[in-house]
Ligand binder design. Sequence first.
Ligand SMILES: [Zn+2]
Length: 141
Amino acid sequence: MALDEIYTTLIMEESRSTHNKGDLDDPTYKELGHNPSCGDEITLQIKMNGDVLEDLSYTGVGCAISQASTSIMIDTIRGKSRQEAIDMADLFINMIKGVAVEEEELEPLEDAVAFQGIAQLPARVKCAVLPWYTLKGILEK
Ligand SMILES: [Zn+2]
């Protein structure tokens, strides 16, 4: 199986997964992210424990790319510090925008590197970056 196919399978499976969907009890942050060009709407919820993103969830609707990207982002940043999560968001956004990043620099992104190929699909870029911009919007306030 080609790497691209593995990533496509991962994205499709994750888009149907519900393990990060739902409401948190008493979230510290709850913010709507909207991508009008596709109609994606996700509400990201974060429960902070001091400086750590202790738990996250999301609700919302949208295309497979936006849903999968949100779910994989949550798995990737759960338990990270605020600054680590911001750094990962910047890394992901650079990767998707096609800004040159070394392969080893992408390691912290774990499964989120599955979206690297989206850089070749301009119409889907906004779907993939939506949760990460929403996250940055929350954490950089
Ligand atoms: Zn979309």
